[in-house]
Design a protein around this ligand. Sequence first.
Ligand code: KG4
Ligand code: ZN
Length: 334
Amino acid sequence: MYVLGIESSCDETAAAIVSDRKEVLSNVIYSQIEEHRPYNGVVPEIAARAHLEKIDIVVEKALTVANLSLDGIDAIAGTCGPGLIGGVIVGATFAKSLAFAKKVPFVAINHIEAHALSVRLTEEIEFPYLLILASGGHCQICVVHDIDRFQILGRTLDDSIGESFDKVSKLLGFGYPGGPIIEKLYQEGDSSRFLLPKPMCSRGNCDFSFSGLKTAVLNASQKCNSLRDRKDLAASFQKTVSEIMSFKMRQALDFCCDQKIKINAAVISGGVAANLMIRENLKKVCGSVPFLVPPTKFCTDNGAMIAWLGIEKFKRNQMNSLDFHPRPRWPLGE
Ligand code: KG4
Ligand code: ZN
């Protein structure tokens, strides 16, 4: 079967066609980075308008690249939340309209669950697995027991990890989007120059906090006089965040061991999983536990992960009616 997945919850308009044999026939992404760059962050109204302008073009291209017409699509999966509601409404309404017109099933997708399950598109991995979900809007650690069963071990008490990358980049004057910019600056700066705090790392739990770290960067930045200083501070931030992630992964692995939860692998997914330093350090912490990450193109927002969760849900007969309402907030597994 072929499923069309449509994504529009933040600043990427995306559509992909994926088969139940895990073939990604197309994966088209229109990034709105240039529209938002002048504002150093995502402007919800601009995002919603840009989704509206591009969604039909992106879906059409996904069909062309896959060499299929809408008649060849067996189900349509659309992100229905959580996210910026204006954009979510655009994608969800487009997906539902196509499903109605072509009389095929519609699957309402939780964007965060799609990130959580994305690793199963490219890896043969059985449940349960340990997951760090690290994106622009979320940061949590859970055990994924099934496509709709998530045991939350910890979450951020304030900012998400991607948000902290974005805010730090902005306050250091390096612009948007922060994650890839700071990752690059790490190569150029001296990461040992600034000693930054690691909030919640004296506690043996799996919760995170990033706002104190961001404030520490802000305070340190006031003593920065040169580009060199700011690059060193960005590099020190990258190193500190990576150490926090490794510490929390260790806590989560220990928890699973203590509770006799036999995880098959440890995974990081979501936009921040594109960060090579974080990946490499997490791999070291995992030791003999297999460590898996989706390919970078499936870490940041994309339609393939939406289509894939659509397939997982379709196989379990978890389709939705066309009056499913988009949800700005939608916790995992609800
Ligand atoms: O999953 P995603 O594409 O969108 C959300 O669901 O939020 O994640 C976007 C976040 C942004 O905060 C971005 O700065 C961060 O992921 N990000 C990165 C990297 N690439 C994207 N963070 C660190 N290193 C990267 N290479
Ligand atoms: Zn995302």
